[in-house]
Ligand binder design. Structure first.
Ligand SMILES: [Zn+2]
Length: 510
């Protein structure tokens, strides 16, 4: 069964009463805008966006709200930022830190908007909001009061679920220091029902230095934040979340989900939303490298392929299976081949799981009418050959699709494509051709005779047939490209200048 349909079936069962009541189901996900967002975050986002789309398809009212978390403290310094400028900001809420470009409203907006662009480019349109809106707008006030009043319950949950001991004067809250503006460095030591007493510690965390200030302040209206596992539950309660999963790392035993579930029910008296864990989305076999640079940011990967291919990478694997997207490997040509198979299957009129999957590759399930899609790997080869004309090489191909694939192939070749997909017609006999065996040389001589006898250059089809007959592919690639592989050699040869071909075959077979 298509995994999305399976999850929908679970939702139908677990949220039966809510669905029957006609309530608009709230699906939620969030991402902390602490830097350039790694494409791996798209796995959870797509899971939630897909669930919302699936509910809509079934006529169940639903809204997908996506939070840009701009209230978390900056707890890591991305390598692409100026250390001298940002080191002193460490520990402050992200929304209070200046944007790297000096234009965006703040640090979180700068990176959040880049991620939102990627989300939109992939064909998803969640309703956006910021964590700062919840806190500054007073929407978290009730949850903060409940967490402080039941601090002993929270301490007990941490102890039972994750074995973490919290002293009797520990409170589930971090105040934004009135003196230095940092939130990652403070600890609350008392709560009198109106105000909390806190200290800003120089060495409370390794990644930020507090100022030593001590004070008492109201914890409401954006002056303090809950620790994230408690905050996760608080957001379910405050927003009325019905559906929210998370990465499988959060679902480990004694992990964040276990804590949040109990805090939600025991502190906020709110049931845990329906949710499923999602597996990871790896890039080149690695999980996360968001602090390492631009290579695997959501934006850079989303822009590398059209939405339907990016969505195939995500929808094409069950949510409980790992994805490994390797732009430097053959992930992209393989995805295109899979897409073409699904397209053909869809056009054959069969209605099954593959058809369901194919529909979901297109935003709003609007399936395009593509006739004869040109194979991506062949397009990628052709765009590298200055003597070949795309329209002539793919006369029957869907024109728009051909143009799109050519554009994406060029981009991929320029940025990532592995050596085996990079081809260059060699002006002189390639070094690799010197390793041709006597058998390969005699095959090339036969090909030479065939071309000379033919008079005019044979057609691509004729040459392709001849190459098959002679088993001459490898020798031809070595002689012209200096590689032992390549696509459609017959067509490739047929559009070369005949004199050039004759000369090369003579040299190679000598
Ligand atoms: Zn301070």
């Amino acid at each position: 069964m298509f995994w999305l349909d399976r999850i929908f079936g679970q939702i139908e069962t677990e949220l039966k009463d809510k669905i029957a009541s006609g309530k608009t189901l709230l699906v939620r996900d969030e991402k902390t805008a602490s830097g350039r967002v790694h494409v791996g975050s798209m796995r959870a986002l797509v899971l939630h966006a897909a669930i919302a789309e699936r509910l809509a398809e079934a006529g169940v009212p639903a809204v997908f709200k996506f939070e840009i978390n701009d209230f978390d403290p900056m707890d890591g310094l991305p390598v692409y930022l100026d250390k001298a400028v940002y080191e002193k900001e460490m520990g402050k809420p992200l929304y209070t830190i200046p944007s790297p470009d000096g234009k965006a409203k703040n640090y979180a907006e700068y990176f959040g908007q880049e991620y939102v662009e990627a989300i939109h480019e992939a064909g998803f349109a969640p309703e956006l909001y910021r964590a700062s809106e919840l806190y500054l707008g007073g929407k978290m006030n009730d949850a903060i009061r409940m967490a402080l009043d039941k601090a002993d319950v929270v301490r007990g949950i941490y102890k039972e679920v994750s074995g973490a001991d919290r002293p009797a004067d520990w409170y589930p809250l971090s105040v934004i220091c009135e003196n230095c503006g940092k939130v990652g460095t403070t600890k609350v030591s008392a709560w009198d029902g109106k105000q909390v007493t806190y200290n800003c510690y120089p060495t409370a965390v390794t990644w930020a230095v507090g100022c030593g200030h001590t004070g008492s302040v109201s914890p409401f209206d954006g002056r303090a934040k809950l620790p994230w596992k408690v905050e996760w539950a608080a957001k379910w309660f405050v927003l009325g979340v019905d559906i929210e999963g998370g990465g499988k790392d959060h679902y480990s035993k004694g992990g964040a989900r276990d804590v949040a579930r109990r805090v939600s029910t025991e502190v906020f008296n709110y049931p845990e939303p329906f949710g499923v864990p999602n597996e990871f989305f790896l890039v080149g076999g690695k999980k996360m490298a968001s602090s390492k640079g631009q290579g695997a940011s959501a934006k850079s990967i989303v822009e590398l392929v059209p939405p339907k291919i990016f969505r195939l990478a995500l929808f094409g694997k069950d949510i409980n299976q790992q994805i490994n997207f390797d732009p430097e490997g053959d992930t992209i040509p393989v995805l295109y081949d899979q897409y073409d198979k699904l397209l053909e299957h869809h056009q054959s009129g069969v209605a099954d799981d593959y058809t369901r999957l194919f529909e979901y590759l297109h935003p709003a399930r609007k399936v395009p009418a593509i006739k004869n899609p040109p194979r991506f790997s062949e397009v990628a080869f052709t765009v590298q050959m200055p003597h070949m004309d795309l329209a002539k090489e793919f006369p029957d191909a869907d024109k728009a699709e051909l143009a799109e694939r050519a554009a994406y192939a060029k981009k991929w070749l320029a940025q990532y494509a592995p050596e085996k997909f990079v081809f260059k017609l060699q002006d002189s006999l390639p070094e690799a051709a010197r390793a041709l065996t006597p058998e390969q040389k005699s095959v090339l001589q036969e090909l030479l005779r065939y071309i000379v006898v033919a008079g005019a250059m044979p057609s691509g089809e004729e040459l392709q047939a001849k190459l098959h007959e002679l088993k001459a592919f490898k020798a031809v690639y070595l002689a012209f490209l200096g590689k032992d592989h390549g696509p459609k050699a017959g067509w490739f040869i047929s559009v070369l200048d005949k004199e050039f071909v004759v000369k090369r075959l003579k040299e190679a077979s000598a």
